[in-house]
Design a protein around this ligand. Structure first.
Ligand code: NAD
Ligand code: WQD
Length: 339
Protein backbone atom coordinates (compact mmCIF):
# COMPACT_ATOMS: atom_id res chain seq x y z
CA UNK A 1 0.00 0.00 0.00
CA UNK A 2 1.41 3.43 -0.91
CA UNK A 3 1.91 5.87 1.96
CA UNK A 4 -1.03 8.24 2.22
CA UNK A 5 -0.18 11.92 2.59
CA UNK A 6 -2.72 14.65 3.33
CA UNK A 7 -1.95 17.81 1.33
CA UNK A 8 -3.72 20.92 2.57
CA UNK A 9 -3.88 23.65 -0.05
CA UNK A 10 -3.12 20.91 -2.60
CA UNK A 11 -5.16 22.59 -5.34
CA UNK A 12 -2.97 25.73 -5.22
CA UNK A 13 0.15 26.64 -7.16
CA UNK A 14 2.89 24.81 -5.25
CA UNK A 15 0.46 22.20 -3.90
CA UNK A 16 -0.70 21.04 -7.34
CA UNK A 17 2.87 20.58 -8.59
CA UNK A 18 3.67 18.68 -5.40
CA UNK A 19 0.71 16.36 -6.01
CA UNK A 20 2.30 15.42 -9.35
CA UNK A 21 5.69 14.79 -7.70
CA UNK A 22 4.14 12.71 -4.90
CA UNK A 23 2.32 10.50 -7.40
CA UNK A 24 5.46 10.15 -9.53
CA UNK A 25 7.26 8.90 -6.43
CA UNK A 26 4.71 6.27 -5.43
CA UNK A 27 3.01 8.21 -2.63
CA UNK A 28 -0.76 8.66 -2.39
CA UNK A 29 -1.78 12.30 -1.92
CA UNK A 30 -5.18 13.39 -0.63
CA UNK A 31 -6.09 17.04 -1.14
CA UNK A 32 -7.87 19.29 1.35
CA UNK A 33 -8.64 22.72 -0.05
CA UNK A 34 -11.36 25.32 0.47
CA UNK A 35 -10.74 26.65 -3.08
CA UNK A 36 -10.40 30.19 -1.73
CA UNK A 37 -7.50 30.66 -4.16
CA UNK A 38 -7.85 27.70 -6.49
CA UNK A 39 -10.24 26.36 -9.06
CA UNK A 40 -11.86 22.93 -8.67
CA UNK A 41 -10.95 22.22 -12.32
CA UNK A 42 -7.46 21.60 -10.93
CA UNK A 43 -8.52 18.00 -10.29
CA UNK A 44 -9.16 17.46 -14.00
CA UNK A 45 -5.86 19.09 -14.86
CA UNK A 46 -4.04 16.81 -12.44
CA UNK A 47 -5.76 13.86 -14.05
CA UNK A 48 -4.59 15.11 -17.44
CA UNK A 49 -0.99 15.01 -16.23
CA UNK A 50 -0.98 11.92 -14.04
CA UNK A 51 -3.87 9.85 -15.39
CA UNK A 52 -5.08 9.53 -11.81
CA UNK A 53 -8.15 10.71 -9.93
CA UNK A 54 -6.73 12.39 -6.84
CA UNK A 55 -8.98 12.11 -3.81
CA UNK A 56 -9.97 15.47 -2.41
CA UNK A 57 -12.02 17.09 0.33
CA UNK A 58 -13.46 20.56 -0.02
CA UNK A 59 -12.93 21.82 3.52
CA UNK A 60 -11.45 24.67 5.49
CA UNK A 61 -8.44 23.79 7.61
CA UNK A 62 -9.64 26.12 10.35
CA UNK A 63 -12.75 23.94 10.72
CA UNK A 64 -11.76 21.47 13.41
CA UNK A 65 -14.85 19.31 12.98
CA UNK A 66 -14.28 18.95 9.25
CA UNK A 67 -10.60 18.18 9.78
CA UNK A 68 -11.43 15.53 12.37
CA UNK A 69 -13.86 13.91 9.95
CA UNK A 70 -11.19 13.79 7.25
CA UNK A 71 -8.60 12.27 9.58
CA UNK A 72 -11.25 9.81 10.79
CA UNK A 73 -11.99 8.72 7.20
CA UNK A 74 -8.30 8.53 6.22
CA UNK A 75 -7.15 6.41 9.11
CA UNK A 76 -3.68 5.39 7.95
CA UNK A 77 -2.25 8.78 7.01
CA UNK A 78 1.55 8.87 7.20
CA UNK A 79 2.02 12.62 7.12
CA UNK A 80 0.68 16.04 6.25
CA UNK A 81 2.03 18.74 3.94
CA UNK A 82 0.46 21.98 5.06
CA UNK A 83 0.37 24.47 2.17
CA UNK A 84 -3.01 26.01 3.01
CA UNK A 85 -2.55 29.73 3.63
CA UNK A 86 -3.35 33.12 2.20
CA UNK A 87 -0.23 34.50 0.53
CA UNK A 88 -0.69 38.01 -0.83
CA UNK A 89 1.68 40.45 0.81
CA UNK A 90 -0.32 43.50 -0.31
CA UNK A 91 -3.65 42.05 0.84
CA UNK A 92 -2.15 41.12 4.21
CA UNK A 93 -1.26 44.76 4.83
CA UNK A 94 -4.88 45.78 4.17
CA UNK A 95 -6.49 42.83 6.00
CA UNK A 96 -4.08 41.65 8.69
CA UNK A 97 -6.85 40.05 10.77
CA UNK A 98 -7.87 37.78 7.92
CA UNK A 99 -4.27 36.65 7.44
CA UNK A 100 -3.58 35.92 11.12
CA UNK A 101 -6.95 34.21 11.46
CA UNK A 102 -6.61 32.00 8.40
CA UNK A 103 -2.92 31.18 8.40
CA UNK A 104 -2.34 30.65 12.11
CA UNK A 105 -5.70 29.10 12.90
CA UNK A 106 -5.33 26.62 10.01
CA UNK A 107 -1.85 25.59 11.17
CA UNK A 108 -2.96 25.34 14.80
CA UNK A 109 -6.01 23.24 13.92
CA UNK A 110 -4.10 20.91 11.60
CA UNK A 111 -1.30 20.39 14.15
CA UNK A 112 -3.78 19.68 16.97
CA UNK A 113 -5.81 17.20 14.95
CA UNK A 114 -2.59 15.48 13.85
CA UNK A 115 -1.70 14.96 17.50
CA UNK A 116 -5.17 13.62 18.30
CA UNK A 117 -4.73 11.06 15.53
CA UNK A 118 -1.08 10.25 16.32
CA UNK A 119 0.36 11.48 13.04
CA UNK A 120 3.66 13.24 13.76
CA UNK A 121 5.08 14.04 10.29
CA UNK A 122 4.30 17.61 9.27
CA UNK A 123 5.83 19.58 6.42
CA UNK A 124 5.15 23.30 6.84
CA UNK A 125 5.36 25.89 4.04
CA UNK A 126 7.46 28.68 5.43
CA UNK A 127 9.18 31.39 3.46
CA UNK A 128 12.46 33.21 3.01
CA UNK A 129 10.48 36.22 4.20
CA UNK A 130 11.40 35.15 7.77
CA UNK A 131 14.96 36.39 7.11
CA UNK A 132 13.52 39.91 6.65
CA UNK A 133 16.39 42.19 5.68
CA UNK A 134 19.09 39.48 5.78
CA UNK A 135 22.09 40.14 7.98
CA UNK A 136 24.38 38.01 5.74
CA UNK A 137 24.41 36.52 2.23
CA UNK A 138 23.75 33.85 1.30
CA UNK A 139 21.40 33.06 4.18
CA UNK A 140 21.66 29.67 5.85
CA UNK A 141 19.19 28.17 8.30
CA UNK A 142 21.14 29.59 11.27
CA UNK A 143 21.24 33.14 9.91
CA UNK A 144 19.42 35.25 12.50
CA UNK A 145 15.84 36.02 11.52
CA UNK A 146 14.75 39.63 11.14
CA UNK A 147 11.23 40.99 11.34
CA UNK A 148 9.34 40.40 8.08
CA UNK A 149 8.07 43.58 6.47
CA UNK A 150 4.37 42.62 6.36
CA UNK A 151 1.62 40.69 8.21
CA UNK A 152 1.80 37.75 5.77
CA UNK A 153 5.47 37.30 6.66
CA UNK A 154 4.65 37.55 10.35
CA UNK A 155 2.18 34.66 10.04
CA UNK A 156 5.04 32.51 8.66
CA UNK A 157 7.46 33.57 11.41
CA UNK A 158 4.84 32.93 14.09
CA UNK A 159 3.85 29.63 12.47
CA UNK A 160 7.46 28.46 12.69
CA UNK A 161 7.70 29.61 16.31
CA UNK A 162 4.45 27.85 17.23
CA UNK A 163 5.77 24.55 15.82
CA UNK A 164 9.05 24.97 17.70
CA UNK A 165 7.13 25.65 20.93
CA UNK A 166 5.02 22.53 20.33
CA UNK A 167 8.14 20.39 19.99
CA UNK A 168 9.65 21.96 23.13
CA UNK A 169 6.46 21.10 25.01
CA UNK A 170 7.07 17.42 24.20
CA UNK A 171 4.16 17.15 21.76
CA UNK A 172 4.34 14.13 19.47
CA UNK A 173 4.90 16.15 16.34
CA UNK A 174 7.85 16.18 13.95
CA UNK A 175 7.72 19.34 11.83
CA UNK A 176 9.96 20.26 8.94
CA UNK A 177 9.97 23.98 8.25
CA UNK A 178 10.60 24.58 4.56
CA UNK A 179 11.70 28.10 3.74
CA UNK A 180 10.91 28.63 0.08
CA UNK A 181 12.77 31.32 -1.81
CA UNK A 182 11.02 32.53 -4.99
CA UNK A 183 9.03 29.70 -6.61
CA UNK A 184 8.52 30.24 -10.36
CA UNK A 185 7.71 28.25 -13.48
CA UNK A 186 5.15 25.59 -14.17
CA UNK A 187 4.76 21.92 -15.02
CA UNK A 188 6.19 21.29 -18.53
CA UNK A 189 2.76 20.13 -19.76
CA UNK A 190 1.48 23.71 -19.44
CA UNK A 191 -1.62 22.29 -17.73
CA UNK A 192 -0.89 23.70 -14.28
CA UNK A 193 0.91 26.86 -13.22
CA UNK A 194 0.57 30.06 -11.25
CA UNK A 195 -2.76 31.82 -11.77
CA UNK A 196 -2.90 34.93 -9.60
CA UNK A 197 -6.25 36.62 -9.11
CA UNK A 198 -6.17 40.11 -10.63
CA UNK A 199 -2.92 41.85 -11.49
CA UNK A 200 0.06 39.78 -10.35
CA UNK A 201 2.34 41.24 -7.72
CA UNK A 202 5.08 38.66 -8.34
CA UNK A 203 7.67 39.28 -11.02
CA UNK A 204 7.45 36.20 -13.26
CA UNK A 205 3.64 36.15 -13.70
CA UNK A 206 3.83 39.87 -14.43
CA UNK A 207 6.46 39.25 -17.09
CA UNK A 208 4.53 36.41 -18.77
CA UNK A 209 1.21 38.31 -18.64
CA UNK A 210 2.92 41.32 -20.23
CA UNK A 211 4.38 39.09 -22.94
CA UNK A 212 0.93 37.78 -23.93
CA UNK A 213 -0.58 41.26 -23.91
CA UNK A 214 -2.63 41.01 -20.72
CA UNK A 215 -0.55 43.85 -19.17
CA UNK A 216 0.79 46.88 -21.00
CA UNK A 217 4.26 46.90 -19.56
CA UNK A 218 6.34 45.65 -16.69
CA UNK A 219 7.49 48.18 -14.13
CA UNK A 220 10.88 47.28 -12.67
CA UNK A 221 10.74 48.48 -9.08
CA UNK A 222 14.03 50.31 -8.57
CA UNK A 223 17.27 50.40 -10.56
CA UNK A 224 19.47 52.17 -8.04
CA UNK A 225 20.05 49.39 -5.52
CA UNK A 226 23.57 48.59 -4.45
CA UNK A 227 23.73 45.51 -6.72
CA UNK A 228 25.76 44.94 -9.92
CA UNK A 229 22.98 46.14 -12.27
CA UNK A 230 21.04 48.23 -9.74
CA UNK A 231 18.00 45.92 -9.59
CA UNK A 232 17.05 43.54 -6.77
CA UNK A 233 18.43 40.01 -6.56
CA UNK A 234 16.37 36.91 -5.73
CA UNK A 235 16.79 33.14 -5.69
CA UNK A 236 14.19 31.87 -8.19
CA UNK A 237 13.47 28.15 -7.87
CA UNK A 238 11.56 26.08 -10.43
CA UNK A 239 8.30 24.94 -8.86
CA UNK A 240 8.91 21.32 -9.95
CA UNK A 241 12.25 21.33 -8.10
CA UNK A 242 10.42 22.69 -5.09
CA UNK A 243 7.73 20.01 -5.44
CA UNK A 244 10.39 17.29 -5.49
CA UNK A 245 11.95 18.75 -2.34
CA UNK A 246 8.66 18.03 -0.55
CA UNK A 247 8.88 14.39 -1.58
CA UNK A 248 12.49 14.21 -0.33
CA UNK A 249 11.48 15.88 2.92
CA UNK A 250 8.58 13.51 3.54
CA UNK A 251 10.75 10.50 2.82
CA UNK A 252 13.24 11.88 5.33
CA UNK A 253 10.52 12.34 7.97
CA UNK A 254 9.18 8.84 7.33
CA UNK A 255 12.68 7.45 7.99
CA UNK A 256 13.34 9.61 11.07
CA UNK A 257 12.43 8.40 14.51
CA UNK A 258 13.55 11.21 16.79
CA UNK A 259 11.16 14.02 17.56
CA UNK A 260 12.42 17.48 16.76
CA UNK A 261 12.06 20.36 14.41
CA UNK A 262 14.17 20.71 11.29
CA UNK A 263 14.52 23.68 8.99
CA UNK A 264 15.54 23.72 5.33
CA UNK A 265 16.17 26.52 2.86
CA UNK A 266 14.71 25.60 -0.52
CA UNK A 267 16.30 27.64 -3.26
CA UNK A 268 18.92 27.16 -5.94
CA UNK A 269 21.79 28.87 -4.14
CA UNK A 270 22.08 31.36 -7.02
CA UNK A 271 21.03 34.99 -7.07
CA UNK A 272 19.42 36.36 -10.24
CA UNK A 273 18.63 40.04 -10.68
CA UNK A 274 15.31 41.41 -11.85
CA UNK A 275 17.13 42.79 -14.88
CA UNK A 276 18.62 39.31 -15.62
CA UNK A 277 15.09 37.94 -15.40
CA UNK A 278 13.85 40.40 -18.03
CA UNK A 279 16.73 39.78 -20.45
CA UNK A 280 16.61 35.99 -19.99
CA UNK A 281 12.89 36.08 -20.72
CA UNK A 282 13.51 38.09 -23.89
CA UNK A 283 16.08 35.50 -25.01
CA UNK A 284 13.91 32.44 -24.42
CA UNK A 285 10.72 33.98 -25.83
CA UNK A 286 12.32 35.85 -28.71
CA UNK A 287 10.11 38.81 -27.76
CA UNK A 288 10.98 42.30 -26.63
CA UNK A 289 9.31 42.91 -23.29
CA UNK A 290 7.84 46.38 -22.78
CA UNK A 291 9.18 47.72 -19.49
CA UNK A 292 9.87 50.90 -17.60
CA UNK A 293 11.87 51.62 -14.49
CA UNK A 294 9.81 52.81 -11.54
CA UNK A 295 10.45 53.69 -7.91
CA UNK A 296 11.45 51.07 -5.36
CA UNK A 297 8.59 49.00 -3.93
CA UNK A 298 8.05 49.37 -0.19
CA UNK A 299 9.32 46.47 1.86
CA UNK A 300 11.57 44.95 -0.85
CA UNK A 301 14.92 43.66 0.35
CA UNK A 302 17.72 44.55 -2.11
CA UNK A 303 19.17 41.03 -2.32
CA UNK A 304 18.60 37.57 -0.92
CA UNK A 305 19.64 34.10 -1.96
CA UNK A 306 19.98 30.82 -0.17
CA UNK A 307 22.71 28.60 1.09
CA UNK A 308 21.16 25.20 0.30
CA UNK A 309 23.83 22.86 1.69
CA UNK A 310 21.62 21.52 4.45
CA UNK A 311 18.86 20.31 2.09
CA UNK A 312 21.50 18.65 -0.05
CA UNK A 313 23.21 16.94 2.88
CA UNK A 314 20.15 15.82 4.84
CA UNK A 315 17.47 15.41 2.15
CA UNK A 316 19.83 14.49 -0.68
CA UNK A 317 17.97 17.04 -2.78
CA UNK A 318 19.11 19.96 -4.84
CA UNK A 319 17.44 22.13 -7.46
CA UNK A 320 18.28 20.79 -10.93
CA UNK A 321 16.36 23.02 -13.32
CA UNK A 322 17.69 26.30 -14.72
CA UNK A 323 16.05 29.67 -14.38
CA UNK A 324 15.71 29.83 -18.20
CA UNK A 325 13.74 26.56 -18.13
CA UNK A 326 11.49 27.94 -15.40
CA UNK A 327 10.75 30.98 -17.59
CA UNK A 328 10.14 28.77 -20.61
CA UNK A 329 7.67 26.63 -18.64
CA UNK A 330 5.97 29.69 -17.14
CA UNK A 331 5.57 31.18 -20.62
CA UNK A 332 4.14 27.94 -22.07
CA UNK A 333 1.59 27.88 -19.23
CA UNK A 334 0.72 31.53 -19.80
CA UNK A 335 0.27 31.04 -23.57
CA UNK A 336 -2.07 28.11 -22.95
CA UNK A 337 -4.02 30.01 -20.29
CA UNK A 338 -4.41 33.01 -22.60
CA UNK A 339 -5.55 30.93 -25.61
P1 NAD B 1 -1.82 29.23 -3.39
O1 NAD B 1 -2.69 30.33 -2.94
O2 NAD B 1 -1.74 28.94 -4.84
O3 NAD B 1 -2.20 27.88 -2.64
C1 NAD B 1 -2.72 27.86 -1.33
C2 NAD B 1 -3.96 26.99 -1.34
O4 NAD B 1 -4.48 26.91 -0.02
C3 NAD B 1 -5.07 27.51 -2.24
O5 NAD B 1 -5.49 26.48 -3.10
C4 NAD B 1 -6.17 27.94 -1.27
O6 NAD B 1 -7.46 27.74 -1.84
C5 NAD B 1 -5.90 27.03 -0.10
N1 NAD B 1 -6.30 27.54 1.23
C6 NAD B 1 -6.02 28.74 1.79
N2 NAD B 1 -6.54 28.81 3.04
C7 NAD B 1 -7.15 27.62 3.27
C8 NAD B 1 -7.86 27.08 4.37
N3 NAD B 1 -8.06 27.78 5.48
N4 NAD B 1 -8.36 25.83 4.27
C9 NAD B 1 -8.19 25.10 3.13
N5 NAD B 1 -7.53 25.56 2.06
C10 NAD B 1 -7.00 26.81 2.13
O7 NAD B 1 -0.35 29.52 -2.81
P2 NAD B 1 1.03 28.81 -3.14
O8 NAD B 1 1.87 29.78 -3.87
O9 NAD B 1 0.81 27.48 -3.70
O10 NAD B 1 1.63 28.71 -1.68
C11 NAD B 1 1.54 27.52 -0.91
C12 NAD B 1 2.17 27.77 0.44
O11 NAD B 1 3.53 28.17 0.27
C13 NAD B 1 1.50 28.87 1.25
O12 NAD B 1 1.54 28.51 2.61
C14 NAD B 1 2.41 30.06 1.01
O13 NAD B 1 2.34 30.98 2.06
C15 NAD B 1 3.77 29.40 0.94
N6 NAD B 1 4.78 30.15 0.19
C16 NAD B 1 4.50 30.54 -1.09
C17 NAD B 1 5.47 31.27 -1.80
C18 NAD B 1 5.18 31.75 -3.20
O14 NAD B 1 5.87 32.67 -3.66
N7 NAD B 1 4.23 31.18 -3.94
C19 NAD B 1 6.70 31.56 -1.21
C20 NAD B 1 6.95 31.13 0.08
C21 NAD B 1 5.97 30.43 0.78
C1 WQD C 1 10.77 39.86 -6.91
C2 WQD C 1 11.52 41.08 -7.41
C3 WQD C 1 10.41 43.19 -6.98
C4 WQD C 1 7.04 42.64 -9.65
C5 WQD C 1 7.33 37.67 -2.55
C6 WQD C 1 6.91 37.68 -1.12
C7 WQD C 1 7.56 36.55 -0.37
C8 WQD C 1 7.30 35.22 -1.07
C9 WQD C 1 7.59 35.27 -2.54
C10 WQD C 1 5.49 34.04 -0.11
C11 WQD C 1 11.48 42.25 -6.41
C12 WQD C 1 10.57 42.93 -8.47
C13 WQD C 1 8.21 42.44 -8.96
C14 WQD C 1 7.01 43.67 -10.64
C15 WQD C 1 9.32 44.16 -10.19
N1 WQD C 1 5.94 34.82 -0.98
N2 WQD C 1 9.33 43.17 -9.22
N3 WQD C 1 8.16 44.38 -10.87
O1 WQD C 1 9.00 40.20 -3.23
O2 WQD C 1 10.90 38.56 -3.53
O3 WQD C 1 8.74 37.78 -2.63
O4 WQD C 1 6.95 36.41 -3.14
O5 WQD C 1 6.02 33.65 0.89
O6 WQD C 1 7.05 36.55 0.91
O7 WQD C 1 7.32 38.92 -0.55
O8 WQD C 1 8.88 38.37 -4.99
O9 WQD C 1 8.14 38.26 -7.33
O10 WQD C 1 7.10 39.99 -5.79
O11 WQD C 1 9.47 40.26 -6.51
O12 WQD C 1 10.32 44.84 -10.42
O13 WQD C 1 5.98 43.93 -11.27
O14 WQD C 1 10.90 41.57 -8.59
O15 WQD C 1 10.62 44.54 -6.69
O16 WQD C 1 12.70 42.90 -6.43
P1 WQD C 1 9.44 38.86 -3.55
P2 WQD C 1 8.29 39.20 -6.19
Amino acid sequence: MPNKILVTGGAGYIGSHTIVALLENGLEPIIVDNFSNANPDMLERLKGITGRDVKFYRADCTDRRAMRMIFESEKDLKGVIHFAALKSVAESILQPGRYYQNNLNALWTVAEVMQEFDIPNLVFSSSATVYGQPVELPVNENTPLSPPTNPYGNTKLQGEQYLRDLVTSGAAIRPALLRYFNPVGAHPSGLIGEAPLGAPSNLVPYITQTAVGMRQQLTIFGNNYNTPDGTCIRDFIHVMDLAEAHVACLQHLLRASDPGVETFNLGTGRGVSVWNAVTTFEEISGKALPYQFGPRRNGDVPAIWANVDRAQEVLNWKAERSFALALEDAYRWQLKAAS
